[in-house]
Design a protein around this ligand. Structure first.
Ligand code: ADP
Length: 297
C-alpha cells in the first residue's frame, strides 16, 4: 500500500561532557548504534502501525547495512527494494552533551548512490503503491524520477527534509507537502509572512495540491487547495521525553491513512496522535508506536 523512497542511515551516538572544539579530542561514552535515516524511519513507523510497507533505498555491503535490513524485516517491511553496495551505508556521527545539545556529521554514503536508474528499475514497486512517501536525504534527481515514475492514481507525500530548492514538477506533485516550521520558513524565504496561518496559503501558491505544517506540541495545520479548507489538528498533551523522529512517525502515519482512503483532515488527525505517542519514548525507531499504543493515548 505504502512505498517509502528514501534514506537509511546508521546513527552512531556518543555521549560527551563537552563537544570538542576545533583541534580538541574529548573522551565519551560507549558507542551506541541505532538504525535511522528518514526513509527507514518512515517505513518502520508505518509497518509498526500495521501498514503494508515497502522501502526503496540503498545501503552498503557492511554491518550497518545488515542492521538496517534486519530491523526493517523484523518490523515487517518489504525490503526487496533495498539495494546493497556501491558505497558504505550512510552514517550520522552524533555527539550529545549532558544538556542534550548535539553536533552531527552526516556521511550520505550509499544514500547518495540511489540513482534515477534505480527508481526506473523499481517501476513495479512504484506502480503497485497507493501512496509514495519521499524525503530529501537522497539525490534530488532520484526524487524527481520517483515523481515521474509514480502510477496515475498514486498519491505522493513529500517531506522536504533537509530543505532544498524544489523543482516545480516536484512541488506540483505533492499531495500533501509536509513541512515543519523550519522547513516552511526555508521554502518561503523572505516572503514567509507571520506564522503558520500565513504560511499555509503561501505554500499552496507554490503548486502542491495540499500542505501540512507540523507544529510540534501544537499539532498540525492542514490546507487543501481542492476544498479551500484550513484546519488545525491539536496534538494530545503528552510528556515529551525525546522528539527525535516525531516528524517521520507523523508523515508515515499520514501517508498510510491517505492510502487507506482517509481524507487529509482525518489522516492528519490520526498522524498527530502517532507523533505525540512517538515523543513519549526515547530514540527514533525505538519510539514508534503500535496501533494499540496510539489508541491508548
Ligand atoms: P519535526 O520532528 O519534523 O520537527 P514536529 O516537531 O512538528 O516535527 O513534530 C511532528 C508531530 O509530532 C507534531 O505534529 C505532533 O503531532 C507530534 N509532536 C511533536 N512534539 C510534540 C510534543 N511535545 N507533544 C505532543 N506531540 C508532539
Amino acid at each position: 500500500d505504502l512505498l517509502v523512497v528514501g534514506s537509511a542511515n546508521a546513527d552512531l551516538v556518543i555521549g560527551v561532557e563537552r563537544r570538542p572544539a576545533p583541534g580538541e579530542t574529548v573522551l565519551g561514552s560507549d558507542l551506541a548504534v541505532h538504525p535511522g535515516g528518514k526513509g527507514a524511519n518512515q517505513s518502520l513507523a508505518a509497518a509498526r502501525l500495521g501498514a503494508r510497507t515497502a522501502l526503496l533505498a540503498r545501503v552498503g555491503d557492511d554491518d550497518h547495512g545488515r542492521l538496517l535490513l534486519e530491523t526493517q524485516r523484523a518490523a515487517g517491511v518489504d525490503t526487496d527494494g533495498v539495494l546493497v553496495g556501491g558505497a558504505p551505508t550512510g552514517v550520522a556521527l552524533i555527539t550529545v552533551d549532558p544538556s542534550g545539545d548535539n553536533s552531527i556529521v552526516v556521511s550520505p554514503g550509499a544514500n547518495g548512490r540511489l540513482t534515477p536508474e534505480d527508481v526506473r528499475v523499481a517501476a513495479p514497486l512504484l506502480a503497485a503503491a497507493r501512496v509514495i512517501s519521499v524525503q530529501l536525504e537522497i539525490p534530488l534527481d532520484t526524487v524527481a524520477e520517483t515523481v515521474r515514475g509514480r502510477g496515475p492514481d498514486t498519491r505522493l507525500v513529500l517531506n522536504p527534509s533537509p530543505p532544498a530548492p524544489l523543482p516545480d514538477e516536484v512541488l506540483a506533485a505533492c499531495d500533501p507537502l509536509v513541512v515543519n516550521e523550519h522547513e516552511a520558513r526555508y521554502i518561503l524565504g523572505e516572503d514567509a509572512g507571520e506564522g503558520p496561518h500565513a504560511w499555509a496559503p503561501a505554500l499552496l501558491a507554490l503548486g502542491p495540491r495540499s500542505v501540512v505544517i507540523t507544529l510540534g506540541a501544537a499539532g498540525a495545520l492542514v490546507a487543501d487547495s481542492r476544498t479551500g479548507s484550513l484546519d488545525h489538528l491539536v496534538s494530545p498533551k503528552v510528556e515529551a521525553l525525546d522528539t527525535t523522529g516525531a516528524g517521520d512517525a507523523f508523515t508515515a502515519a499520514l501517508a498510510w491513512r491517505l492510502g487507506r482512503g482517509d481524507d487529509l483532515r482525518e489522516a492528519a488527525a490520526f498522524a498527530v496522535r502517532v507523533g505525540a505517542a512517538a515523543v513519549t519514548a526515547r530514540g527514533a525507531q525505538e519510539s514508534f508506536p503500535t496501533l494499540e499504543e496510539v489508541d491508548a493515548l
